[in-house]
Design a protein around this ligand. Structure first.
Ligand SMILES: [Zn+2]
Length: 460
């Protein structure tokens, strides 16, 4: 998943067009581009059984760069699995650093695409194809960097383990297994989140360092009733009971919240945001009790997720015949919970808001888990700032709390500090992750490999 730019204010609009670049020039950039173009051809959509083939391709590449067979492992899980590749460090007892990315992609219907989603096309400065951005670009840059470093006989201070999961977009069972296998890791660097934002003139505007994610939760609300003939209505109606409860929930505003990530994120974004919105960011980041500022931010779709837990009805179904009193009504309430807030507390609030014993509130477990924010590690922040300084001197680095979820949550749930530090720099208008005609700029590959090399040399 990759939705960061939605939260880092698209306030920068400049004229002009970026130069088209159809090839990489550095050895690492070329290698990453080749890995991506080859990688898009593997249709690693859930259920296709193509992840093992893609992993075998990547394993062969890693071995060709000098990784020993024992250092590269594929762990099969059903039709998918996860791949690991270890770069041994000087201190073999030190906790490893995990470099994380995912091999699977969201489904794509060729009928809807201008180009076939699984036939990579390099054109007008972009690589087109499903997964070209999410997450095969980040994966290819990380893998190419580790290959380059292996050829250079790099020995990090501690082990650096590449972990490529195989079902991030669906059930995250491979992520769960990989997180359990590496629950002793010191740090996770995730290529599937974080990244640089470019203005429409192609110049970098900000770098977002992802350090937290909202926690996902669905609740099913239901009302059952004996029903009857609609010509003889009584005081109880399942649809009315449920609609009333849902309306109360929808009208409720969870209290504003803040953590060090959102505080820093809003303070940083404020410097690029003019007008009352920027002022509200400054005010709320300075004072979490400023509910007026929180309300201004909550009125903007880009920022409401940064300020509080949100719960909204997303599905509603009731009744069985036009002339019958409904015997059943069901609704789905989808919540995006501020990290650190227990799900149980949200559920208790939903029950209290429903305020109706006829309404049953049941948590729908879809496998997502509760994970807090990662404390902002100064070493990681420093390494990211150093990498940014090489790529775009003076560029602002803003910590970010993502509205969506990534593999990182399974590692955060073990208390492992996990950061989205992707090396892709692009315009928000170019981001079609999960959507049609997904693409990634070719120009991001040369600096993207240099980016990962800088991060790994500092943090490994
Ligand atoms: Zn992703």
């Amino acid at each position: 998943m990759r939705v960061l730019f939605a939260t880092i204010g698209a306030t920068m609009l400049c004229a002009g067009a970026a130069q088209a670049q159809d090839g990489a020039t550095t050895p690492g950039g070329k290698e990453a581009l080749t890995l991506l173009v080859d990688g898009v051809k593997f249709q690693t959509v859930a259920g296709n059984g193509q992840v093992p083939a893609y992993a075998a391709y990547l394993k062969a590449k890693l071995l060709s760069a000098g990784f020993a067979p024992a250092e590269v492992q594929f762990v099969a899980l059903g039709e998918t699995g996860y791949l690991t590749a270890r770069t041994p460090g000087r201190d073999r007892k030190a906790k490893p650093v995990v470099v994380l990315a995912h091999m699977d992609v969201v489904a794509a219907d060729p009928k809807d695409w201008t180009r076939d989603p699984f036939t990579p096309v390099v054109e007008n400065g972009y690589v087109f194809g499903r997964g070209s951005l999410d997450n095969k670009a980040g994966l290819s840059m990380a893998v190419a960097t580790l290959m380059q470093l292996r050829r250079a006989k790099w020995v990090p201070q501690r082990d650096v383990v590449l972990v490529l999961t195989g079902d991030e977009e669906t059930t995250m069972q491979t992520t769960k297994a990989a997180a359990a296998a590496f629950k002793d890791a010191a740090l996770v660097l995730n290529a599937d989140a974080g990244g640089g934002q470019l203005g429409d003139d192609g110049k970098p505007v900000v770098y977002a360092l992802q350090a937290a994610e909202k926690v996902y939760g669905d609740w099913h609300l239901s009302v059952t009733d004996p029903g009857g003939h609609s010509s003889r209505p009584g005081p109880d109606n399942a649809i009315v009971h449920l609609a009333t409860a849902v309306t109360r929930i929808a009208a409720y505003r969870f209290p504003p919240q803040q953590n060090e990530i959102t505080k820093a994120s809003l303070a940083g974004t404020a410097t690029m945001t003019p007008g009352p919105l920027g002022a509200a960011m400054r005010a709320f980041s300075a004072n979490p009790a400023d509910t007026a500022a929180a309300d201004i931010l909550s009125a903007d779709k880009r920022y409401i997720g940064q300020v509080r837990t949100t719960c909204v009805p997303t599905m509603f179904n009731g009744g069985h015949a036009p002339n019958a009193l409904p015997q059943r009504a069901v609704a789905n309430i989808n919540c995006r919970i501020f990290p650190g807030t227990p799900r149980a507390a949200v559920e208790a609030k939903l029950v209290a808001l429903a305020a109706d014993p006829k309404v049953t509130v049941r948590f729908n477990d879809n496998g997502t888990i509760e994970a807090g924010a990662s404390p902002l590690d100064p070493k990681v922040l420093g390494a990211v700032k150093a990498a940014v300084a090489k790529r775009a001197p003076g560029l602002l680095v803003v910590p970010a709390q993502e509205a969506g979820a990534t593999d990182s949550m399974h590692f955060r749930a073990y208390g492992i500090p996990s950061f989205g530090v992707g090396g892709v720099f692009m315009k928000p208008s170019d981001s079609f992750a999960h959507g049609l005609n997904e693409r990634v700029p070719v120009a991001t590959f040369d600096p993207g490999v240099a980016w990962w090399e800088s991060l790994l040399r500092t943090l490994g």
